[in-house]
Design a protein around this ligand. Structure first.
Ligand code: FES
Length: 189
Protein backbone atom coordinates (compact mmCIF):
# COMPACT_ATOMS: atom_id res chain seq x y z
CA UNK A 1 0.00 0.00 0.00
CA UNK A 2 1.22 3.49 -0.82
CA UNK A 3 1.21 6.39 1.55
CA UNK A 4 1.85 10.14 0.92
CA UNK A 5 5.51 9.95 2.02
CA UNK A 6 6.76 6.77 0.52
CA UNK A 7 5.32 6.51 -2.92
CA UNK A 8 7.13 6.35 -6.27
CA UNK A 9 9.99 8.85 -6.75
CA UNK A 10 8.85 11.92 -8.68
CA UNK A 11 9.26 11.51 -12.46
CA UNK A 12 11.54 13.88 -14.30
CA UNK A 13 9.46 16.36 -16.24
CA UNK A 14 9.70 15.66 -20.03
CA UNK A 15 9.97 18.74 -22.15
CA UNK A 16 6.63 19.27 -23.67
CA UNK A 17 6.50 18.07 -27.28
CA UNK A 18 5.03 20.47 -29.72
CA UNK A 19 1.45 19.66 -30.22
CA UNK A 20 0.11 18.86 -33.68
CA UNK A 21 -1.74 22.15 -33.55
CA UNK A 22 1.53 24.10 -33.01
CA UNK A 23 3.26 22.14 -35.80
CA UNK A 24 0.37 22.98 -38.07
CA UNK A 25 0.64 26.66 -37.19
CA UNK A 26 4.37 26.69 -37.93
CA UNK A 27 3.81 24.92 -41.23
CA UNK A 28 1.19 27.43 -42.20
CA UNK A 29 3.55 30.26 -41.21
CA UNK A 30 6.31 28.80 -43.40
CA UNK A 31 3.93 28.58 -46.34
CA UNK A 32 2.86 32.19 -45.80
CA UNK A 33 6.49 33.35 -45.67
CA UNK A 34 7.30 31.40 -48.85
CA UNK A 35 4.26 32.82 -50.63
CA UNK A 36 5.17 36.32 -49.52
CA UNK A 37 8.72 35.84 -50.86
CA UNK A 38 7.43 34.54 -54.18
CA UNK A 39 5.02 37.45 -54.50
CA UNK A 40 7.82 39.90 -53.72
CA UNK A 41 10.13 38.26 -56.29
CA UNK A 42 7.33 38.32 -58.83
CA UNK A 43 6.76 41.99 -58.20
CA UNK A 44 10.39 42.64 -59.15
CA UNK A 45 10.82 40.14 -62.02
CA UNK A 46 7.54 40.79 -63.86
CA UNK A 47 8.13 44.45 -64.71
CA UNK A 48 11.71 43.57 -65.81
CA UNK A 49 10.41 40.82 -68.10
CA UNK A 50 7.84 43.20 -69.49
CA UNK A 51 10.53 45.71 -70.37
CA UNK A 52 12.71 43.06 -72.04
CA UNK A 53 9.92 41.47 -74.06
CA UNK A 54 9.84 42.56 -77.68
CA UNK A 55 7.11 45.01 -78.44
CA UNK A 56 4.15 43.34 -80.15
CA UNK A 57 4.28 46.08 -82.74
CA UNK A 58 7.08 45.22 -85.14
CA UNK A 59 8.53 42.48 -82.91
CA UNK A 60 9.80 39.10 -84.08
CA UNK A 61 7.06 37.28 -85.98
CA UNK A 62 4.87 40.35 -86.42
CA UNK A 63 4.25 41.68 -89.92
CA UNK A 64 5.95 45.00 -90.57
CA UNK A 65 4.73 46.30 -93.89
CA UNK A 66 6.93 49.02 -95.38
CA UNK A 67 6.17 50.91 -98.58
CA UNK A 68 9.40 50.90 -100.60
CA UNK A 69 8.68 52.13 -104.14
CA UNK A 70 6.11 52.48 -106.91
CA UNK A 71 5.48 49.43 -109.07
CA UNK A 72 5.93 51.65 -112.15
CA UNK A 73 9.53 52.39 -111.09
CA UNK A 74 10.59 48.76 -111.60
CA UNK A 75 12.00 47.58 -114.92
CA UNK A 76 10.99 44.14 -116.11
CA UNK A 77 13.37 41.47 -114.78
CA UNK A 78 15.94 43.92 -113.44
CA UNK A 79 16.55 44.00 -109.68
CA UNK A 80 16.36 47.46 -108.15
CA UNK A 81 17.84 48.35 -104.80
CA UNK A 82 15.47 50.29 -102.55
CA UNK A 83 16.02 51.58 -99.06
CA UNK A 84 13.69 50.88 -96.19
CA UNK A 85 12.92 53.84 -93.95
CA UNK A 86 10.76 53.50 -90.88
CA UNK A 87 10.45 53.82 -87.14
CA UNK A 88 13.12 52.20 -85.02
CA UNK A 89 11.85 50.85 -81.70
CA UNK A 90 13.49 49.58 -78.58
CA UNK A 91 12.05 48.86 -75.17
CA UNK A 92 11.85 52.55 -74.29
CA UNK A 93 11.76 54.72 -77.38
CA UNK A 94 10.55 55.05 -80.96
CA UNK A 95 12.83 56.99 -83.32
CA UNK A 96 11.04 58.14 -86.45
CA UNK A 97 12.21 57.81 -90.07
CA UNK A 98 15.38 55.83 -89.61
CA UNK A 99 17.23 53.99 -92.38
CA UNK A 100 16.45 50.37 -91.50
CA UNK A 101 18.19 48.66 -94.40
CA UNK A 102 17.99 48.00 -98.11
CA UNK A 103 16.46 45.30 -100.27
CA UNK A 104 16.51 44.15 -103.89
CA UNK A 105 13.10 44.21 -105.59
CA UNK A 106 12.43 42.51 -108.93
CA UNK A 107 9.33 42.56 -111.11
CA UNK A 108 8.70 39.72 -113.54
CA UNK A 109 5.40 39.89 -115.32
CA UNK A 110 2.73 40.04 -112.67
CA UNK A 111 4.97 38.95 -109.82
CA UNK A 112 7.21 41.09 -107.62
CA UNK A 113 9.86 39.53 -105.40
CA UNK A 114 12.16 41.00 -102.76
CA UNK A 115 15.46 39.86 -101.28
CA UNK A 116 17.20 41.34 -98.28
CA UNK A 117 20.45 43.06 -99.27
CA UNK A 118 22.02 42.02 -95.96
CA UNK A 119 24.54 39.26 -96.57
CA UNK A 120 23.69 36.18 -94.47
CA UNK A 121 27.42 35.62 -93.84
CA UNK A 122 28.40 38.64 -91.72
CA UNK A 123 25.99 41.35 -92.78
CA UNK A 124 27.73 43.31 -95.52
CA UNK A 125 25.56 44.85 -98.22
CA UNK A 126 25.03 42.64 -101.28
CA UNK A 127 25.49 44.25 -104.73
CA UNK A 128 24.06 43.46 -108.13
CA UNK A 129 26.85 42.38 -110.48
CA UNK A 130 27.65 44.39 -113.60
CA UNK A 131 25.96 41.87 -115.92
CA UNK A 132 22.77 42.14 -113.81
CA UNK A 133 22.55 38.38 -113.82
CA UNK A 134 23.73 37.65 -110.26
CA UNK A 135 24.51 39.22 -106.89
CA UNK A 136 27.72 39.24 -104.91
CA UNK A 137 28.98 40.40 -101.56
CA UNK A 138 32.15 42.51 -101.65
CA UNK A 139 33.34 41.50 -98.17
CA UNK A 140 34.20 37.81 -98.66
CA UNK A 141 33.08 37.24 -102.27
CA UNK A 142 29.91 35.25 -101.64
CA UNK A 143 27.93 34.96 -104.86
CA UNK A 144 24.19 34.51 -105.34
CA UNK A 145 21.89 33.84 -108.29
CA UNK A 146 19.27 36.41 -109.33
CA UNK A 147 16.77 34.35 -107.36
CA UNK A 148 19.02 34.67 -104.30
CA UNK A 149 20.43 31.13 -104.16
CA UNK A 150 23.95 30.84 -102.69
CA UNK A 151 26.39 29.86 -105.45
CA UNK A 152 29.86 30.47 -104.03
CA UNK A 153 31.70 31.86 -101.03
CA UNK A 154 31.23 31.54 -97.28
CA UNK A 155 27.57 32.59 -96.98
CA UNK A 156 25.85 29.75 -95.08
CA UNK A 157 22.53 30.27 -96.94
CA UNK A 158 20.99 32.12 -99.85
CA UNK A 159 19.79 35.72 -99.70
CA UNK A 160 16.81 36.16 -97.39
CA UNK A 161 13.49 36.51 -99.24
CA UNK A 162 10.87 38.95 -97.98
CA UNK A 163 7.11 38.85 -98.53
CA UNK A 164 5.83 41.45 -101.01
CA UNK A 165 2.43 42.92 -101.80
CA UNK A 166 1.31 45.66 -104.15
CA UNK A 167 -1.16 48.19 -102.75
CA UNK A 168 -2.54 51.00 -104.92
CA UNK A 169 0.45 50.81 -107.26
CA UNK A 170 2.98 50.81 -104.39
CA UNK A 171 5.29 47.93 -103.56
CA UNK A 172 5.17 47.02 -99.87
CA UNK A 173 7.51 44.60 -98.13
CA UNK A 174 7.15 42.77 -94.84
CA UNK A 175 10.56 43.93 -93.62
CA UNK A 176 12.55 41.55 -91.44
CA UNK A 177 16.13 40.97 -90.38
CA UNK A 178 17.66 37.53 -89.95
CA UNK A 179 20.48 36.08 -87.91
CA UNK A 180 23.79 36.02 -89.75
CA UNK A 181 26.35 33.22 -89.92
CA UNK A 182 23.97 30.26 -89.67
CA UNK A 183 22.37 28.04 -92.30
CA UNK A 184 18.95 28.31 -90.71
CA UNK A 185 16.85 31.38 -91.56
CA UNK A 186 16.00 32.80 -88.15
CA UNK A 187 14.26 36.14 -87.78
CA UNK A 188 15.75 38.62 -85.32
CA UNK A 189 13.55 41.63 -85.91
S1 FES B 1 29.72 39.34 -95.28
FE1 FES B 1 29.10 38.72 -97.26
S2 FES B 1 30.51 37.18 -97.78
FE2 FES B 1 31.07 37.76 -95.79
Amino acid sequence: MQNDLGGEPPRAERPEEPSRVDGGRRGALKVLVALGGAAYAGAIVLPAATMLAPSSEGGVGAARWMRVCRLAELSEGEPRRVVVVGDERDAYTVTKDQLLGSIWVTKKGESVTALSAVCPHLGCSIDLNGDKQSFSCPCHTSKFSLAGAAEAGPSPRGMDPLVVRVVDGHVEVDFKLFRQGIAERKEVG
